[in-house]
Design a binder for this molecule. Structure first.
Ligand SMILES: O=C(O)[C@H](O)[C@@H](O)[C@H](O)[C@H](O)COP(=O)(O)O
Length: 223
């Protein structure tokens, strides 16, 4: 794992967006298509604000979330809603969006069809992840009901229910996330930095972020 620290998060978000766009651009030089998975939550909004304006052939790019809360798109908890408002706009409106949510009651009902579409674009070209202070990443939470399957299963999407998550979730598996050609983790603040340092001496069951750390670049700003 490589750690890059930035003087402030505003600068980090802009530089990281440029880096992600550069990696997609480079991939599109050698291939017809490219794919990127991004997290939801409160951290990545400013990255999306810059990335959506990147000058690249978005029509050839598939965009998806790393994980989603099983709530309707109108919910303020919906990561899809965040993506539609801040990433799939401007130049990036031309991208192909691969949903991680379907209008079914449970994630179990929706997953087979969603996973089929995602399978077509794997491995991911670029994967951006967030991390919680409990050391979860995507929606792979410590103590989750299907933690083992998400960490070690040869699967694409896993439904998740966890004490740390207020609603059912669906997450890309560790094998899909860590299979991305390029992986970045973005964290802000001293608490998350301490959690990351702690995670490095723990098992993936205790600290799921460990499952995606090898070969990843962690981007950190104190505030
Ligand atoms: O849907 C989600 O919540 C995310 O995809 C999740 O994995 C997120 O990246 C971390 O929980 C960090 O969240 P914050 O950025 O809000 O701290």
């Amino acid at each position: 794992m490589e750690l890059v620290t930035y003087p402030d998060s505003e600068m980090m978000m802009i530089e990281l967006a440029q880096r992600l766009a550069g990696e997609l651009r480079q991939a599109l030089q050698g291939s017809d298509t490219a794919s990127i998975a991004v997290p939801g939550g409160t951290t990545p909004g400013p990255i999306f604000d810059s990335l959506c304006a990147a000058d690249l052939d978005w029509e050839r790019v598939s965009v998806m979330l790393t994980d989603e809360r099983w709530v309707p798109e109108e919910s303020p908890r919906s990561n899809t809603r965040l993506l539609r408002q801040r990433l799939l706009v401007n130049n990036a409106a031309a991208a192909r969006y691969l949903p991680l949510h379907a209008p079914t009651e449970t994630p179990e009902d929706g997953i087979p069809q969603l996973a089929e579409t995602i399978a077509e674009v794997l491995p991911l070209t670029v994967c951006l992840l967030g991390m919680g202070t409990d050391m979860h990443t995507a929606s792979i939470f410590p103590g989750a009901d299907r933690l083992e399957e998400a960490l070690t299963g040869d699967v694409i999407l896993v439904p998740m229910r966890a004490p740390g998550a207020p609603e059912p979730r669906v997450t890309l598996s560790a094998s899909v996330l860590s299979g991305a050609i390029s992986r970045h983790i973005v964290i802000v603040g001293p608490e998350k930095r301490e959690a990351l340092d702690r995670a490095r001496s723990l098992t993936p069951e205790e600290a799921p972020v460990v499952a995606v750390l090898k070969g990843a670049t962690v981007h950190w700003a104190e505030s």
